[in-house]
Design a protein around this ligand. Structure first.
Ligand code: OAD
Ligand code: ZN
Length: 269
């Protein structure tokens, strides 16, 4: 008798093996991850069937303008939200990494994955143990100076609105990148450096439609290197990928990582 898990295993086995072979052969593989990798941690995605924006519409595009116009008032609102968190804020604050985050941390630990660029602000890659990581859209648990980009933990509501940077006196905001806000230049630089070195990229849980994050992954493909996709639904990049597997990231990334380890063990035998 076969269980649903067996059927899933059979359906994707060939693709899992091909993805693992590409990863094992690579010299410098990086990853781009998005909201889909945190879906199994209970955090809703933006787009797609149950996406936040599909249900509630996109947020206003002038968030950074509003912040810049009156940072003190913006901080009042942040403080109020922190005292009375909405459902999404509370969900992110309580979320734990899932199998996909742990599998990717393991891929890094065994020397295959060299860097993760994540578009997620939930910090779950870090909690799962990822070391080489760029949170290109920031992280909810950090503060950042808009002048010198110095980051610090966001543990408590600051006493003065807006708080000022200890190093340069610049205005401090939360690290998460708002609509209309430039991506912090240090993040862009790191993404550029890491993707320039890459000879393989694995995209996990992202529609890959948001620039500049997706551009770093495409650039690797355009240089002729393999792109691997692990995503619930097909995306605009599926057709360009050497391997595209469409199912949940938790189980797939665990299987791919186990397969990579088995290939490496065979190679060294
Ligand atoms: P999206 O919401 O656009 O896409 C999430 C993708 O994850 C979809 O393609 C789903 O099919 C897939 N997915 C859902 N559940 C999954 C699961 N269990 N396993 C694997 N895949 C699953 O999210 P992103 O591509 O991350 O930026 O969106 C990119 C950026 O758009 C976000 O960072 C956000 C927004 O602009 C900012 O807020 C700055
Ligand atoms: Zn500063």
């Amino acid at each position: 008798m076969s269980t649903p898990a067996d059927q899933l295993a059979d359906e994707h086995q060939d693709s899992v093996e091909r993805a693992a072979a590409l990863l094992a052969q690579s010299h410098y593989c990086i990853a781009l991850t998005g909201a889909g990798i945190s879906a199994e941690s209970g955090i809703p995605t933006f787009r797609g069937k149950d996406g936040l924006w599909t249900k509630h519409g996109e947020p206003p595009l002038n968030q950074y303008e509003e912040f810049s116009a009156d940072p003190a008032e913006w901080w009042q609102n942040v403080a109020e939200r922190r005292r009375n968190p909405d459902e999404l804020t509370a969900t992110i604050a309580n979320a734990q990494p899932n199998d996909a985050h742990y599998a990717m941390a393991e891929l890094e630990r065994i020397g295959i994955l060299k860097h993760i660029i994540t578009q997620n602000v939930d910090g779950l890659h870090r909690v799962a143990g990822a070391q080489s990581l760029t949170e290109i859209h920031g992280c909810t648990t950090l503060l950042r100076c808009i002048n010198c980009n110095t980051r610090s933990p966001f543990d408590e509501i600051p006493e003065i609105f807006p708080p000022r940077c200890d190093k340069c006196g610049g205005i401090v905001k939360t690290d998460t990148v708002m609509f209309g806000e430039p991506i912090p230049p240090d993040c862009l630089q790191r993404c550029y450096e890491e993707s320039s070195k890459a000879d393989c990229v694995i995209l996990v849980g992202t529609t890959a439609v948001v620039s500049p994050a997706a551009d770093f992954a495409f650039a690797i493909g355009q240089r002729g290197h393999p792109m691997i996709e692990v995503n619930l639904d097909p995306t605009i990049i599926s057709q360009y990928c050497a391997v595209a597997i469409h199912d949940k990231a938790g189980e797939l990334m665990s299987r791919i990582t186990a397969e990579v380890k088995s290939v490496l063990a065979d190679d060294s035998a």
